[in-house]
Design a protein around this ligand. Structure first.
Ligand code: KIV
Length: 286
């Protein structure tokens, strides 16, 4: 079945019609093909790949080069989903000019539809410059993983009235600066509800409750790739860890017992060619 290409007007229409938007992270081509096939609206090639793909403790070591390569692979697999490339730590904080250059590089070299960056009022200047260059931007508020050191860890945000108020103000500032959407991470549903009701752009939540215009999950978490801790807001839709481990164990056992490869996994040779070969070898060894 052919899909409609997801665009900013399409996402805006969904918000207006109160139709929920599906969003998921993705870091490579095969998973992008599956997400495209499943009709996921927005695919985020997030800098969470630092943890899910590269095994770092956080997102800070992620570079522009890594984001460009992975985002390009994702877009190649998902022509119709709205693909967002994440701006890694220090690619947009130093100056608005550098932010535009890096955002432009992500768009040019990865062919993504939009970029995402973290932060509220502090990011407004960079957002304005990037948007003025014709590049769509998604904002990201609440638990912003690039600031976990300053936030004191991977903790829910906006749980006091003052902190919630600041996030609501930040959302308004980002919208005024021209973002096409905002991601809210790990904040109380009541706060996300206020932001979603007040904003004209689609608000996507990850750990932000049911009232947002759409939902995001980290693909490795929701598919159960790891047997380690996952955040409270994750629902595991599959146990890929168990499925893959069972397959690996079976493969190892069959190799060790000489059960793999079987005849059907081997290339045949015509009988006459085989006897010709045997004759040749006979001649050689005589
Ligand atoms: O990088 C990412 O995947 C993200 C999510 C954690 C929201 O920004």
């Amino acid at each position: 079945m052919t899909r409609v290409r997801v665009t900013i007007p399409y996402l805006m229409e969904k918000k207006v019609k109160h139709e929920q938007i599906s969003m998921m992270t993705c870091y490579d081509y095969p998973m992008a093909l599956l997400q495209e096939k499943a009709g996921i609206d927005i695919i985020l090639c997030g800098d969470s790949l630092g943890m899910t793909v590269y095994g770092y403790q956080g997102t800070l070591p992620v570079t522009m080069d890594m984001m460009v390569v992975h985002s390009a692979a994702v877009k190649r697999g998902a022509a119709n989903s709205f693909v967002i490339g994440d701006m890694p730590f220090l690619s947009y904080q130093v100056s608005p000019q550098e932010a535009v250059r890096n955002a432009g590089r992500l768009m040019k070299e990865s062919n993504v539809d939009c970029i995402k960056l973290e932060g509220g009022a502090v990011a407004v200047e960079a957002v304005k410059y990037i948007v003025n260059a014709g590049i769509p931007v998604m904002g990201h508020l609440g638990l912003t993983p690039q600031s976990t050191s300053a936030l004191g860890g991977f903790k829910a945000q906006g749980r006091s009235a003052e902190a919630a108020y600041r996030i609501i103000e930040d959302a308004a500032a980002l919208e005024a600066a021209g973002v096409c959407s905002i991601l809210l991470e790990a904040i109380p549903p009541e706060v996300a509800k206020i932001i979603t009701a007040e904003s004209k752009v689609p608000i996507i939540g990850i750990g932000a409750g049911i009232h947002c215009d759409g939902q995001l999950l980290i693909v490795h978490d929701m598919l159960g790739f790891f047997d380690r801790f996952v955040p409270k807001f994750v629902k595991k839709y599959a146990d890929m860890n168990g499925v893959i481990l069972a397959a690996l164990n079976q493969y190892k056992e069959e190799v060790e017992k000489g059960l793999f490869p079987a005849k059907e996994h081997c290339y045949g040779m015509p009988d006459e060619e085989l006897s010709k070969l045997k004759n040749m070898l006979h001649i050689l060894t005589v």
